[in-house]
Design a protein around this ligand. Structure first.
Ligand code: FE2
Length: 375
């Protein structure tokens, strides 16, 4: 069963942790130079900022990439004696930081830690010629961190310590505009604890829940609960594995990430057919949708604006809720460990997450899982 609850005025008025949106997502990767090239070439991200030895940072390099409102930071350590190296050794490439854009980073830290948040970074103010950025951070699931970033008095390319990154290699964008949601995978029996953490520490609400009766196939199952902040700008679905005949895809993630972490990041476009056509042409690999999925699609979702054929050719999924419909597609994992992947999503009224596609999607994922010998 699933239920969708909308934010009420009271939620917004009493929101103790106002969030303007996602500030950036930082991945720790084995080779940021090559990863940056991949994200520029395939997804169409633009070079924005850089820090490293040339800017006075001795132990790491970071490349900041931008597309629409999406900012990705790719960080690689420059030696083995580093917490970043430890993170990569354990988890492989993956998301370390889900940074949230706030008006008062010091207050966000004070309020969330008073509510039980575990500190990652004490509040600090960093400055350069472009102004100042204030930030602080707390841990969420696994080793993942929420950084609170306050940048109202900053005009530079990213933040102090970074310089503008200009490149002669500038592939065009693919129409990706903003981060729609970021999904976390947590361990067995950790769902309720994680939901409670988001409620207690962050003031989020559980707006949507799916139990393992909704999300299951013949082989594997999972549970999912969507947490959202007061104004609804931030949505963090949380997945937990559930018992099935064989190994849940969430369990496979937990095994290979060696812990809890970010499973997928959903990027929004206004024209999914155009975006996915370009992404495919540039080498992004998507999960294949069985062609039978389209046989009764219009019976399931009703009339849609798009022609069926391009959706079928590209493997784009469609789902509806009370408010409209959405189109979505999922990439294969973007690293060799079957961990992080991306979703491309276009919303046409629907505010949900494609639960009606879970079964079709999971069967696709299971075929991949079986090929890896992990089912
Ligand atoms: Fe999603």
């Amino acid at each position: 069963m699933s239920t969708l609850a909308q934010p009420t005025t009271a939620d917004t008025v009493h929101d103790f942790l106002p969030i303007n949106g996602t500030d950036h997502i930082e991945l720790y990767v084995g080779n940021a130079k090559q990863a940056a090239h991949y994200y520029k070439t395939t997804f169409g991200y633009q070079s924005q900022a850089y820090c490293g030895p040339e800017t006075g940072v001795r132990d790491r390099v970071s490349y900041v990439l931008r597309q629409g409102k999406i900012r990705l930071v790719l960080t690689t350590p420059l030696n083995s004696d580093s917490l970043i190296s430890e993170h990569i050794k354990k988890h492989g490439d993956g998301v370390k930081i889900l940074a949230l854009w706030v008006d008062d980073a010091y207050e966000a830290f004070a309020k969330t830690t008073a509510r039980g948040g575990k500190p990652y970074m004490e509040p600090k103010t960093i400055t350069d010629d472009f102004g100042e950025v204030k930030m602080a951070g707390i841990y969420t699931y696994g080793e993942t961190v929420h950084l609170f970033v306050e940048r109202k008095n900053y005009m530079g390319p990213f933040m102090p310590g970074y310089k503008k990154w200009t490149s002669e290699y500038n592939p065009t964008e693919t129409g990706l505009e903003y981060i729609d949601h970021c999904v976390g995978n947590v361990g067995w029996n950790r769902m309720n604890e994680t939901v409670k953490w988001y409620e207690d520490v962050m003031g989020f609400r559980n707006i949507l829940s799916f139990d393992d009766k909704t999300i299951n196939t013949e082989y594997s199952a999972l549970m999912s609960k969507v947490m959202s902040n007061g104004n609804g700008f931030i949505k963090f679905p949380i997945n937990e594995p559930a018992e099935g005949k064989k190994k849940s895809q969430i369990e496979e993630y937990l095994d290979f990430y060696e812990g809890e972490g970010v499973q997928h990041i959903a990027l929004a476009t206004q024209d999914i057919i155009k975006s996915v056509t370009q992404l495919k042409a540039r080498g992004v690999e998507f999960l294949q949708t069985p062609t039978t999925y389209y046989d009764d699609l219009l019976d399931r979702v009703g009339p849609i604006d798009e022609d069926l054929q391009p959706l079928k050719d590209l493997g784009i999924l469609v789902d509806k809720d009370d408010e409209g419909y959405l189109l979505q597609i999922f990439t294969k994992p973007i690293e060799d460990r079957p961990t992080l992947f991306f979703e491309i999503i276009q919303r046409k009224g629907a505010q949900s997450f494609g639960a009606g596609n879970f079964k079709a999607l999971f069967e696709c994922i299971e075929r991949e899982q079986a090929l890896r010998g992990n089912l």
